[in-house]
Design a protein around this ligand. Structure first.
Ligand SMILES: NC(=O)C1=CN([C@@H]2O[C@H](COP(=O)(O)OP(=O)(O)OC[C@H]3O[C@@H](n4cnc5c(N)ncnc54)[C@H](OP(=O)(O)O)[C@@H]3O)[C@@H](O)[C@H]2O)C=CC1
Ligand SMILES: CC(=O)N[C@@H](CCC(=O)OP(=O)(O)O)C(=O)O
Length: 348
């Protein structure tokens, strides 16, 4: 059994980790932390876990966490980096759902996250946990930086076209929409029902912290690098889900029909358990991945012009966070990659 701990068990990604891990056949939950709820039974706060989990929340101290084989940090940015060195020293492997270890260059990270990094020496060792890109490195990793939700949807959507060198790199646009759970469980006026319900708006238009993460990932897929991505996130009046509409201009439009591009995607993801390339003409819906670890993708070439449109949907809390983290854990501990991740999306 893999002994697992969760730091931040009362947040939305922590709750989602709990839901997935109590059903995982090879995991024994060892410690679940919350500073605000320490001492209370986890199932008292979250009755969906009654009968599945008999553990109280504890304080997030290294001594308790050191008894785990793996610790998930489901905490705000800047928390994991303070505890990770001590845990690694104790032989514990770490999966950070926040952004502390996602960006290679410490200067870029500090500029976007507006704090000093506590252990920049670990940035070179940390593995970016997008299995469809880094599976082999994840297997060996002591420290995995779980990708952000928007970066997951965008990178999986563009990957086959960039890997094949078919796109003009300066032409990329990612028009993305997220449900409100992406903002976390903390009190926040912008995500109150009366503020976010029955309305729709963009945010972070002049700069969002996922921009450098997405550009870093896309650059690794493309010979020329990607540094002019236009990324605009929006808040949708729904709870879960990300819908990314991606645009890119073809280098040689005459040489690649829509059927060729469809075949390219099908081939690229043929062996990926969690990426589904839908048939031509499909319109992926966020509800088709709600609660499931899948990314569903459809490709288009409207009017047969030079621009390819890719539609990519995920559940921000599953493939965009907790599900991907469990997928990474399975890879790190040499378990079947889909173990404990067989959930089918909830319709309607
Ligand atoms: N929500 C989403 O869709 C996604 C979120 N992420 C990232 O995952 C991380 C968690 O997100 P989310 O679950 O939404 O966040 P929440 O705000 O919902 O939860 C945060 C959790 O962290 C704990 N916490 C806060 N501060 C500290 C601290 N200093 N030390 C220890 N624990 C702390 C809180 O519990 P307590 O205060 O009681 O200790 C709480 O359980 C964030 O970095 C987020 O950016 C990534 C992808 C998607
Ligand atoms: C709707 C909403 O607010 N979404 C969050 C993204 C959540 C996420 O993935 O953030 P991390 O990079 O911090 O992990 C945001 O835009 O800040």
């Amino acid at each position: 059994m893999i002994k697992a701990g969760i730091v931040g068990g009362t947040g939305y990604t922590g709750i989602e980790l709990l839901r997935l891990l109590v059903q995982h056949p090879a995991v024994q939950l060892q410690a679940i932390t919350s500073r605000s709820e320490a001492g209370k039974q986890v199932s008292e706060l979250f009755p969906n876990l009654r009968g599945h989990l008999d553990l109280p929340f504890t304080e997030p101290d290294v001594e308790t966490l050191a008894a785990c084989d793996v610790v998930f940090f489901a905490t705000p940015n800047g928390v994991a980096m303070k505890q990770v060195p001590a845990l690694l020293e104790r032989g514990v492997r770490v999966i950070d759902l926040a952004a502390d270890f996602r960006i290679r260059e410490v200067g870029v990270w500090e500029q976007w996250y507006k704090m000093q990094h506590a252990c920049p020496e670990l940035l070179g060792e940390a593995v970016y946990g997008l299995p469809e890109v880094n599976r082999d490195a994840i297997r060996q990793a002591r420290l995995v930086a779980n990708p952000g939700c928007y970066p997951t949807a965008v990178q999986l959507g563009f990957k086959p076209l960039l890997d094949a060198g078919l796109l003009q790199e300066e032409s990329l646009v990612a028009d993305c929409k997220s449900g409100a759970s992406g903002a976390g469980r903390g009190a926040n006026v912008g995500t109150l029902l009366c503020e976010a319900g029955d309305s729709f708006h963009a945010y972070g238009v002049s700069g969002h912290r996922h921009q450098p993460e997405i550009e870093q990932g896309l650059s690794m897929m493309s010979a020329g690098g990607v540094n002019q991505l236009t990324f605009v996130p929006h808040l949708l009046p729904m709870i879960r889900g990300i819908h990314a509409t991606l645009y890119g201009r073809l280098n040689n439009p005459e040489s690649h029909s829509l059927a060729d591009i469809q075949a390219l995607y099908e081939q690229a993801y043929a062996n990926e358990p969690f990426v589904d390339v839908m048939p031509e003409g499909s319109l992926p819906e966020t509800r088709s991945v709600r609660g499931a670890n899948h990314c569903r993708i459809a490709v288009y070439r409207p009017g047969n012009n030079d621009t390819v449109v890719v539609l990519s949907v995920i559940d921000n809390l599953v493939k965009g966070a907790a599900g991907q983290a469990v997928q990474n854990m399975n890879i790190m501990f040499d378990h079947p990659e889909s173990e404990g991740l067989g959930q089918v999306a909830l319709l309607p």
